[in-house]
Design a protein around this ligand. Sequence first.
Ligand code: SF4
Length: 453
Amino acid sequence: MTATQAPRGSYWITTFGCQMNKADSERMAGILESMGYSAADDEHGADLVLYNTCTIRDNAEQKVYSYLGRQAQRKRTNPNLTLVVAGCVAQQEGESLLRRVPELDLVMGPQHANRLDVLLAQVEQGQQVVATEEHHILEDITTARRDSTICGWVNVIYGCNERCTYCVVPSVRGREQSRLPQAIKLEMEGLAAQGFKEITLLGQNIDAYGRDLPGITPEGRRQHTLTDLLHHVHNVEGIERIRFATSHPRYFTERLIDACADLDKVCEHFHIPFQSGDDEVLRAMARGYTVDRYRRIIERIRERMPDASLSADVIVAFPGETDTQYRRTLELIEEIGFDQVNTAAYSPRPNTPAADWPNQLSEDVKVERLRELNALVEQKAKERSARYAGRTEQILVEGLNPKDPAQVMGRTRTNRLTFFPGTRADGSAIQAGELVDVVIEQVRAFSLSGKLA
Ligand code: SF4
């Protein structure tokens, strides 16, 4: 789709869940705008309302139903309203969503995000559409409408072939499908031309990048890997920083660590979920690595990049997790000293093996473990932040501080959010997209403040 079409009314998108969903929402917004829709100011006045949903947390799912209830009511008096549910709840519930909310026009799984225009054309012909079948993802031909004009996301691999026993992603996002390096680079060049300065390459399991693409090198290894991709896209002019997520300890390689150390634009920040500090729990989760392997990855990163920041995801109160096993998770956090950890108490998701196991833990245990874990994560983050005090850090400015318009905000290469006054001594304003040196004066667990160097 290239030409912009006649105006069609306004759209509203609410996004739940992870970065993959946010990236999908941006692409769907791009499609809607090229179809002639414009962004609405208000959800309850929009002509098309799309909920891009997530099944990871139960409350996200419940929230979708309560939002939908309100829109369904609106549709009864305004039949021209188009109601769409996309994302993981749509994939999982499919037809049964239509039975529960008959006012819906379109239910579409994440693999169909690039086909929103085709599906809406069917809706316009009066059909109620469910698109949840396995679908080969077409190369992105749409232009995403991105919320930031400085930092963008670029999908490099869709889906996941792993079978972690707690995770719905493989069943809702399908098999792995890598994009070709040329297409990824082209998208990054387009973003650079629009003024983007930082790109995060995205995949549910980004270390799997390329294993579904053909090609073997003369040395006998796969031709397409994340490491090769980083080398391939590193020279995109205008892009100053490159990040990637989410890493999987099972496939994280030394070659990748060396590439991150050697390539200037690749930031020294690693998001590598470890999920549990106990080998038996890791086995029950079907993660495919041991705690020792995880430790070795971190050691190697710190050998090559001593100041690298580390973040992770962790789940506590997995079915059958004993107190001793849970304490090993705390010990690992204590030992490694993460800059940030996303924490969750286990929550059973439909159509996943662990949801049916009889050894589920009580809500009380979940709440207590999560509380203790969060306190430790914050304490460690504070300790890690302390190293920035008095240092000069390069910050990529993203925009105004929404809580204090006299300040601007941006991030260090290691991904710490940093606030500082938005005007120079000569009175000129600091603009989004600038790279500036900032002396750090105040450190908090998850953010920093300072002044221009
Ligand atoms: S690697 Fe495991 S947790 Fe991550 S998306 Fe794949 S199945 Fe889910």
